[in-house]
Design a protein around this ligand. Structure first.
Ligand SMILES: [Cu+2]
Length: 133
């Protein structure tokens, strides 16, 4: 369903502004993929740690178990903007919906417990990180 909406949007985009829109959309998607390296961290933990993907207005997996000290990476895989906001305020990716396609957010869990979080602009988009010893 999301893909269809995107396709319709692209068609409208092309129809509205003619051939130039094709070049515009193409270069836009290139700049987006390049943007994923924007958030640099000195530690190279992003490849090794457990991860959650944002797709189809859902966190996947919505329930993730990690060990104390693990860094969880959330990556937005779709054209809809999202955010990662802990119910208890212990972590937050930033402004509502500010994680765009290709963006990611990392958080290191230093305490055991069950940490519920959500995307503030999508009330049904929720998840939980279970942190164990
Ligand atoms: Cu969202």
């Amino acid at each position: 369903m999301i893909r269809r909406v995107t396709a319709v949007f692209l068609c409208l985009c092309v129809a509205a502004s003619g051939g130039l829109a094709v070049a515009g959309c193409g270069s836009d998607s290139k700049s987006k993929s390049g943007k994923s390296k924007k958030k640099k961290k000195s530690s190279k933990s992003s490849g090794a740690g457990p991860g959650v993907v944002m797709q189809n207005i859902q966190f996947n997996p919505s329930n993730l178990s990690v060990k104390v000290g693990n860094t969880v990476t959330w990556a937005n895989n779709e054209s809809v903007g999202h955010d990662v906001t802990a119910d208890d305020g212990s972590f937050k990716s930033g402004a509502p919906g500010a994680l765009k396609q290709g963006d990611s957010f990392e958080h290191a869990f230093e305490k055991t417990g069950s940490f519920a979080y959500n995307c503030t602009i999508h009330p049904n988009m929720t998840g939980t990180i279970e942190v164990t010893q």
